[in-house]
Design a protein. Structure first.
Ligand code: PMP
Length: 388
């Protein structure tokens, strides 16, 4: 009976732990493995070898935690792609952009000012809220959807607005909703690369976040960066980084440098090969899924239009990272369950603070995974026509 109660309490605590982590599984699975074939083809040129004695110190020779060589390559990359203006901006690194999201909130919320209100527009990437709640600070609080605050006259409200552009989950290019001198805006441009969106303009906002995870696909290396205009905000973010993790792994910085060199055409070609591969893959996936879903009355996808891309110097077809599926039948309020019953596992709309009539499907996983998704979606839509 002792072993029974032991195993019972073990399985109970395991289920508590799992249920605690379950919201996390819901957003953690956006791995861009669709880029793996590119890296298989460039296995040798993208490899790094690090001898045991190499890079042992906490710091670089200039006493900082930041590789100046990597910083230079990031500036070159933005200039090449034309997606963000780095002139006059400071660059800070983080363990993925995840670490920077909260670091920036800290940097924008000084101790001696009123508590700042953190907001984003539904549907939004869940981490903004989850992290803000986790840190539970007196200096900042989660305050929900921007639309709740848009037309309020109390403009003294001291907001920090997250703007994800292109947006996760629906791939749309977004602008800030709240505009007043007392609002700081954090632009999360994780997906503002030619594989996921047309580059429509050179972004020049005061705070712009990017991540290696979505450009090269190396999510596991945990490397992100932010371009910051204001020196005071930059200094406070550095303080956060120094106290929180003493900078970013030097091994990771070395790997990021190598990968960026390769995608910028280390072997010639000015980087077009990488972005053409990325864009072609995502565009074709979107087109194939669209063809299937457009024959359905039961499901619909977000509407995206072709746009002129300054990088490809062409009008390009939509190529979002995710499909934002809607269940159109009145009675099918739980779209996640509807798709799951047919073997399609997405992320429920409520994960993004939207209705559960929506589900996000990832289109950036491996080719096999995507083929299964298409087969199952095709079967579902065919079944709908048989019912008619
Ligand atoms: N922002 C957005 C909009 C994302 O979708 C993600 C990852 N799914 C991140 C930030 C975090 O990515 P990472 O920490 O890997 O840089």
């Amino acid at each position: 009976s002792l072993s029974l109660s032991l195993s019972l309490s073990l399985s109970l605590s395991l289920s508590v732990i799992l249920s605690f982590f379950s919201p996390f599984w819901n957003w953690v699975l956006g791995d861009p493995l669709f880029l793996e074939p590119f890296w298989v083809q460039h296995a040798a040129s993208s490899a790094i070898v690090v001898a045991g004695w190499h890079r042992m110190s906490y710091r670089y020779q200039d006493n900082s935690f930041v590789s100046k060589e990597l910083e230079k390559h990031i500036q070159k990359l933005h200039a090449l792609v034309g997606n963000a203006n780095t002139t006059g901006k400071f660059i800070a690194f983080g363990a993925g952009s995840t670490q920077l999201l909260n670091g920036l909130i800290y940097a924008l919320s000084p101790n001696d000012s009123p508590s700042r209100r953190i907001v984003a527009s539904i549907p939004f990437y869940p981490l903004y809220k989850l992290q803000t709640d986790l840190f539970n600070s007196v200096n900042f609080k989660w305050q929900g959807d921007t639309s709740l605050w848009k037309n309020r006259s109390d403009s003294s409200m001291d907001f920090i607005e997250f703007v994800t552009s292109p947006n996760n989950p629906d791939g749309k290019l977004k602008n800030a909703v709240l505009e007043s001198p007392s609002v700081d805006t954090i632009f999360d441009h994780a997906y503002y690369w030619p594989h996921y969106s047309a580059i429509t303009a050179l972004a020049n906002e005061d705070i712009m976040i990017f991540t290696l995870s979505k450009i090269t696909g190396h999510a596991g290396s945990r490397f992100g960066w932010v371009l910051i205009k204001d020196e005071g905000v930059y200094e406070r973010l550095l303080r956060f980084m120094n106290l929180n993790s003493m900078g970013v792994s030097r091994d990771t910085q070395l790997r990021a440098l190598k990968l960026l060199k390769v995608i910028m055409g280390g072997g010639g070609g000015g980087g077009k090969e990488f972005f053409s591969f990325g864009h072609k893959t995502t565009m074709k996936r979107w087109e194939r899924l669209n063809r299937i879903v457009s024959a359905s009355k039961r499901f619909s996808l977000q509407k995206l239009s072709p746009q002129y891309c300054t990088y490809f110097q062409n009008v390009t077809a939509p190529s979002p990272a995710y499909a934002w599926v809607k269940c159109e039948r009145e009675e099918e309020k739980d779209c996640f369950a509807v798709l799951k019953a047919s073997g399609i596992i997405g992320r429920a709309g409520s994960v993004f603070s939207a209705e559960d009539r929506y589900v996000r499907l990832s289109l950036i996983k491996s080719e096999d995974n995507f083929d299964f998704l298409l087969q199952r979606m095709d079967a579902l839509v065919s079944q709908e026509h048989e019912e008619e």
